[in-house]
Every structure is written in C-alpha cells, then in structure tokens.
Design a binder for this molecule. Structure first.
Ligand SMILES: *[C@@H]1O[C@H](CO)[C@@H](O)[C@H](O)[C@H]1NC(C)=O
Ligand SMILES: *[C@@H]1O[C@H](CO)[C@@H](O)[C@H](O)[C@H]1NC(C)=O
Ligand SMILES: *[C@@H]1O[C@H](CO)[C@@H](O)[C@H](O)[C@H]1NC(C)=O
Length: 199
C-alpha cells in the first residue's frame, strides 16, 4: 500500500503467487484499530488487483490493517497488511520536466518541473526534490538535492554535451519514500557564438 495522494487516499495493490484456473475475486476491507468496525477498501472494478482507502486519519499511531481475501470455488485465503499512513507516503514522480539552455549562457541548463498532479495539496504538504543527471556517453550519473523549489539551474556542465535529467519527489517532512524517477529529458547548453565582425 502507498499513500500517493496523501492525505486523501491510500492505494493498495497485490498479486497472486500463481494464477489459479478458477476465477478469483477479492474481498477487501480494512480496520483502523483493534475492534474497530470493518470498512470497505474500494476496488475500481470487480476482480481488480487494487483498492483504495479514503477517509484517512492523519498522524494516527494506530495502524490500519488491510484484509485482502481471495475467493474462488476451491476456497478462500486471507492476507493482512498493517500500516501506518505516514510511513507509506510515496508521491508519484514529478511531472512536466523541462530542460532548456539559457540563452547566452554556456555550461548551464534551466530545469523546471511540476509536482505530481496526484499530490492534492502541494501548498500545505510541500514536496522536496532530488535531481539526477548524466552526460550523454558518460557511464555514471550525479545526484543533487534535495531542493524545495520546482526549478533549478545546473551549472558547470560540459559545454555542448547533451545531458539527461530526471527528478524524484518526497514528502517535505521526510515521511515515507521518494517517488520513482520522472522520465528522462535531454538538452545541451546554449552555445556561445563569437560576435559577427562589425563591417
Ligand atoms: C491504484 O494504483 C494502481 C496501480 O498504479 C492503479 O492502476 C489504480 O488505478 C489505482 N487505484 C486507485 C483507486 O487510485
Ligand atoms: C478478513 O476478511 C474476510 C472476508 O470478509 C473475513 O471473513 C475475515 O474475518 C477477515 N479477517 C480479519 C482478521 O479481519
Ligand atoms: C522505502 O523506505 C524504506 C525506509 O527508508 C526502505 O526500507 C524501503 O526499502 C523503501 N521502499 C521502497 C519501495 O523504496
């Protein structure tokens, strides 16, 4: 289970160890505390391998327990998964990364991106970002950050070389995990040209 839209929803996914012949369906419920009432973890369609819990209570030290019961004509098996919401925060990767040369400035690239659109309140629950970049043809990459802003100027890069850039996001307060890396975006710096000779 991951809270990709903290604090609105927790999304849980699962797999079957082997694909049994008979159709299997799932009963998905959760409890918040011993003896609390069972609530439905909502599946987007019957037979889905994911469900989501909304109505999350923030900063609760009482674990939630997800109960996924797989049912088919041969029987039923139950799996319990306890979690604390703040420990499973993991945003989706940042979106709309743009990497551009800065006119007239060599050895620099401007990076700009957006918080993931699935993160509902970036103004109240800010994110921090890591930047990973590599030069085309190089076999290692560099990682810098975390930074709180959604833009950054990379400096000191090799002139004229294409650089590949990615960003990842994490809850600002350091709860949970970093997102996966955003898709690669590539660019080279602005090439400085000698001024044309004045006649
Ligand atoms: C949960 O995540 C899965 C996999 O990323 C996705 O297919 C599904 O639509 C999500 N479900 C909800 C309710 O957000
Ligand atoms: C899990 O869910 C199944 C199906 O609803 C139910 O029979 C079982 O009692 C539940 N187990 C626990 C520990 O909540
Ligand atoms: C999430 O972070 C925890 C603690 O840092 C780590 O043990 C775990 O492997 C991470 N999980 C993923 C999927 O990255």
């Amino acid at each position: 289970c991951w809270a990709v839209s903290y604090p609105q929803t927790v999304n849980c996914t699962w797999k079957l160890a082997s694909e049994p012949r008979p159709e299997t369906y799932f009963i998905t419920t959760y409890r918040h505390g011993m003896g609390a009432k069972e609530n439905e973890c909502f599946q987007p369609w019957a037979g889905a391998r994911s469900c989501s819990i909304s109505d999350i209570q923030m900063f609760s030290i009482t674990p939630y327990v997800l109960n996924v019961t797989a049912v088919n004509p041969l029987g039923a098996t139950m799996n319990l998964f306890p979690f604390i919401v703040e420990q499973i925060i993991r945003p989706d990767p940042p979106e709309d990364l743009r990497v551009s040369p800065i006119p007239g400035e060599s050895k620099k690239l401007l990076l700009e991106w957006q918080p993931p659109s699935s993160w509902p309140f970036p103004q109240y629950f800010p994110l921090k970002y890591l930047i990973r970049y590599t030069r085309e043809g190089a076999n290692s990459n560099r990682m810098i950050g975390p930074y709180e802003q959604t833009s950054f100027i990379l400096t000191g890069i090799r002139p004229r070389a294409v650089h590949h850039v990615q960003v990842a996001a994490k809850d600002f307060t350091d709860y949970g995990n970093y997102s996966t890396w955003s898709p690669l975006v590539s660019a080279a710096d602005s090439v400085l040209r000698a001024d044309p000779e004045t006649p």
